[in-house]
Design a protein around this ligand. Structure first.
Ligand code: C2E
Ligand code: CA
Ligand code: CA
Length: 660
C-alpha cells in the first residue's frame, strides 16, 4: 500500500517522460544495466554446511539511476527488473508484491536522503557529476541498502515470528561488508553515466565476470560434496547437511517424544563377490543402479549419500515411516539388475537408527544404523532397527572376532575325530576331523559359534590351514602305527573357488608324507553352486592330485545329482537330518534310499551321517549305504581316544579271526 502510494506520487510529481532527451538515453542504459544485474545475482558461499546467499549486484546501477533520473523512472525500472527476476524464478505472488513494495519504499527514502544531503538535483543544467556529488550519492546508497535490509528483516520477522532484532543481527555484518564494496561503485557509475552513458555497460562486465566466477566456485563446492559415480552425496555432505538437520530438529523438539530424523543404512550383501568375480566396472554399474533406485524411492527432501558399498539416507520422518520406506526400498532392489546379458540379484540389508535424544550426532546415528544392519543380516531379516541389545550382540561378535585372531596366532585350536565305518565290514575306514577352540576363558567352543564368523571375516582360510595341518599330522602318526585311515576335512564354501587351494593342499600332504588318496575334502552344496566355473577348476585340480571330494549335508541344498556328477565329485554325505529319523519317517527313508541308488548309478560312494542307533545302521546296510558315521558308531573324540578305539577294534578283529 505504502509502496503503491509512493509510486503514484512519484509519477505525478516528475513523470518519467518529463525531461531532456539526454536523460532518456542515460536512463535507458542504466536501466538495461540494472535489469541485467538484477537477474545475475552472485552466489556467495557461506561455508559448505549452509545454503549459498544471493547477492544482487544491481545496487550501484539503482543508486546511480536515482542520482541522475527522476524517481518515477527509477521505480519503474526497478519494478520491471524485480518482476523479471521474480517471475523467472517462479516466486509466489505474495512474495513478489512484498519485494516490489520493499524496493519502492527504500528507493523513495534513499531519494529523500539524497536531497537532504544536497545531492545533484535533476535538472537539465546540472549535466555533470562532480566530486561534490560523491558523498550525497554514498549517503543515498547507504540509506537504500539499510532501509531495504530492515524491510526484509521486518517481513521475515512478521512471517516467522522470530525476533526482529535477531534477524537484523544475523546477517548484518555480512551484508554490510558486501554492500560496502558495491556501494563504492555507485558514484563511479553515476560519474561515468553523466560523462558517457554507454560506458556504464563496461562497468557491467567485471560484475558479470564476478557472477560467473562465483557460479563456478559454487559448482566446485557442490562437486566436493558429491559422489561422482552415483551423483548422490558423499560422506562429507552427509555429515555436514545431516548435522544441520539434526540441529534444526533439536531446536524444534519440544519433548514431544517423537523420534527423528532417522538414518537408514543400506548394505549390499554380496557386493564384494560381484566386484571380485565380475570386475570393478560391473561393481560400479551395480552401485549406479542401486543409487538410481534409491533416489527414485526416497522422498524428495531426504538426504542421500553413498558411503563405499553402502548407502545412507536421512529422513525427517520418525521410525514407523522410516521402516515403511525401508521395506519399499528392499522391494525395489529385489528386481535383478540387468547389465548387458548379466542378471544380478542384489541383496540388501537395511539398518535404521533414530535420533531420539539431543546427544546423537550424524556419526553416532550412522554407527547405530550399521549395528542395525549387521543385526539384520545376522538374524536373517532384511530390516532391523537399532536397539541397545543389537549393540551388545555386535560388541560380543567384535570381541569374539578379536579373540579369534589371537586364537589363530596362538593356535588355540584342537581337533576331534569322528570315525566312519564301512557298513558292510564294520571296519573304521575314515575319520572326520572336527575343530574345537580351546578358549582361555570360555572353555571349549564349538565350531557353530565361530566358523560363520571366520567365514564372514576372511579368517577361515587360516583356520582351515591349521585344521588341515593338524589332521594330516594325526593321520600320519596313526598310519605310522599301522592304522590305514582316510581323513575328511571340512572346507568352507568360499574356499572352493580359491585357485590356490590345490597347491596348498598338495604342499600340506607332502609335508606330512600322507598320500593324497588318504584325504577327503568335504564341501557343502552351496559351496559348489557358488561360481561354478571356478569351483570346477579347483575341484578338477584337487582330484588330479588324488584327493577326493565329498558333498557334505547332501539334500539340504539345491544341487542336482547330475550336476554333481558332471563336477566329478567322489562322495555324497547324506545329511543327518534325513538319517536320524529315517526309521520312523517314511519320507526320510525314501529320500535316503533313492539318494543311495542314484549315487551308485552315478558311481559315487555314499556316507550316511547322524547314525544314532544300531537299527538305523542295519537299515542303511539293507539300503546299500557304503559308509556310516554317527554317535552310535563313535562320538567325535581326541586323537588318543581314537587311537585306543582303533587298537581295540583291531585286537577284537584279531581275536575273532583267531577263533575262526
Ligand atoms: P558337519 O560337517 O555336518 O559335522 C557333523 C556335525 O554333526 C558335528 O558337529 C558332529 O559332532 C555332529 N554329529 C556327528 N554325529 C552325530 C549324530 O549321530 N547325531 C547328531 N545329532 N549329530 C552328530 P560339530 O563338530 O559341532 O560341527 C558342526 C559343524 O561345524 C560341522 O558340521 C561343520 O560344518 C563345521 N565344522 C566343524 N569343523 C570344521 C572345520 O574344521 N572347518 C570348517 N570349515 N567347518 C567345520
Ligand atoms: Ca562335515
Ligand atoms: Ca554334515
Amino acid at each position: 500500500m505504502v509502496g503503491v502510494a509512493i509510486f503514484v506520487a512519484a509519477l505525478l510529481v516528475t513523470p518519467p517522460w518529463q525531461g531532456a532527451q539526454r536523460w532518456w538515453q542515460l536512463s535507458l542504459i542504466l536501466s538495461l544495466a540494472l535489469i541485467v544485474a538484477e537477474v545475475r545475482p552472485i552466489a556467495i558461499s557461506r561455508g559448505m554446511d549452509e545454503p549459498p546467499d544471493q547477492l544482487t549486484i544491481s545496487t550501484p546501477f539503482a543508486v546511480a539511476l536515482l542520482v541522475v533520473a527522476p524517481l518515477s523512472l527509477v521505480l519503474t525500472v526497478q519494478t520491471v527488473a524485480v518482476l523479471i527476476d521474480d517471475v523467472r524464478t517462479r516466486r509466489p505472488w505474495r512474495k513478489i508484491a512484498y519485494n516490489l513494495a520493499q524496493y519502492v519504499v527504500s528507493l523513495a527514502v534513499a531519494r529523500a536522503a539524497l536531497a537532504l544531503a544536497g545531492g545533484p538535483s535533476i535538472s537539465a543544467s546540472h549535466e555533470s557529476f562532480d566530486h561534490r556529488d560523491v558523498l550525497p550519492t554514498l549517503i543515498a546508497g547507504a540509506t537504500f541498502v539499510v532501509v531495504n535490509y530492515l524491510l526484509v528483516a521486518l517481513v521475515v520477522s512478521l512471517d516467522t515470528g522470530e525476533s526482529f532484532r535477531e534477524i537484523v543481527a544475523h546477517d548484518a555484518r555480512f551484508t554490510a561488508a558486501m554492500q560496502t564494496v558495491l556501494l563504492s561503485l555507485a558514484p563511479v557509475t553515476a560519474y561515468v553515466a553523466a560523462a558517457q552513458e554507454w560506458m556504464v555497460l563496461l562497468l557491467l562486465l567485471p560484475l558479470l565476470a564476478l557472477h560467473r566466477n562465483a557460479e563456478q566456485t559454487m559448482q566446485r563446492e557442490f562437486a566436493a560434496l558429491r559422489d561422482s559415480l552415483t551423483g548422490l552425496g558423499n560422506r562429507k555432505m552427509f555429515e555436514l547437511h545431516g548435522q544441520r538437520r539434526l540441529d534444526e530438529a533439536n531446536a524444534e523438539r519440544t519433548g514431544s517424544g517423537r523420534s527423528g530424523p532417522t538414518v537408514l543404512l543400506v548394505g549390499l550383501s554380496h557386493f564384494n563377490e560381484i566386484n571380485d568375480s565380475l570386475g570393478l566396472a560391473v561393481g560400479d554399474d551395480v552401485l549406479i543402479e542401486v543409487g538410481r533406485r534409491l533416489s527414485a524411492t526416497v522422498p524428495d527432501d531426504a538426504l542421500t549419500a553413498r558411503l563405499g558399498d553402502q548407502f545412507a539416507v536421512m529422513l525427517d520422518d520418525d521410525l514407523p515411516l522410516a521402516e515403511q520406506l525401508a521395506v519399499t526400498l528392499l522391494h525395489r532392489l529385489e528386481t535383478p539388475v540387468e547389465l548387458g546379458d548379466l542378471r544380478l540379484l542384489v541383496q540388501a540389508n537395511i539398518g535404521i537408527a533414530a535420533a531420539l535424544d539431543h546427544g546423537s550426532g550424524v556419526e553416532e546415528l550412522l554407527r547405530n544404523a550399521a549395528i542395525g544392519m549387521h543385526d539384520s543380516s545376522q538374524h536373517g531379516v532384511r530390516v532391523s532397527v537399532y536397539t541397545p541389545d543389537a549393540r551388545d550382540e555386535t560388541r560380543d561378535r567384535l570381541r569374539l572376532l578379536s579373540e579369534l585372531r589371537v586364537a589363530i596366532d596362538e593356535n588355540q585350536f584342537t581337533l576331534v575325530f569322528q570315525p566312519q565305518i564301512s557298513v558292510t565290514s564294520g571296519e573304521v575306514v575314515a575319520v572326520e576331523a572336527l575343530v574345537r577352540w580351546r578358549h582361555p576363558t570360555r572353555g571349549l567352543v564349538y565350531p557353530d559359534t565361530f566358523i560363520g564368523l571366520a567365514e564372514n571375516t576372511g579368517l577361515i582360510a587360516q583356520v582351515t590351514a591349521v585344521v588341515l595341518d593338524q589332521a594330516l599330522g594325526a593321520v600320519a602318526r596313526l598310519r605310522g602305527e599301522g592304522h590305514q585311515l582316510r581323513v575328511a576335512v571340512n572346507m568352507s564354501a568360499r574356499q572352493m573357488s580359491d585357485i590356490t587351494l590345490p597347491g596348498l593342499v598338495a604342499e600340506a600332504l607332502a609335508r606330512h608324507g600322507v598320500p593324497p588318496a588318504s584325504l577327503t575334502l568335504e564341501v557343502t552344496e552351496t559351496g559348489i553352486l557358488n561360481e561354478p566355473a571356478r569351483v570346477d577348476a579347483v575341484v578338477r585340480a584337487l582330484r588330479d592330485t588324488g584327493v577326493s571330494i565329498s558333498v557334505d549335508d547332501y539334500g539340504t541344498g539345491q544341487a542336482s545329482l547330475t550336476y554333481l556328477k558332471r563336477l566329478h565329485v567322489d562322495e555324497l554325505k547324506i545329511d543327518k537330518s534325513f538319517v536320524i529319523d529315517m526309521r520312523s519317517d517314511s519320507g526320510d527313508a525314501i529320500i535316503v534310499r533313492s539318494t543311495i541308488e542314484l549315487a551308485h548309478d552315478l558311481g559315487l560312494r555314499i556316507v550316511a551321517e547322524g547314525v544314532e542307533d544300531a537299527a538305523t545302521l542295519a537299515l542303511l546296510r539293507r539300503l546299500g549305504s557304503d559308509f556310516a558315521q554317527g554317535w552310535h558308531i563313535g562320538r567325535p573324540m581326541p586323537e588318543p581316544d581314537l587311537r585306543a578305539m582303533l587298537s581295540n577294534r583291531a585286537r577284537r578283529r584279531l581275536t575273532v579271526a583267531g577263533q575262526d
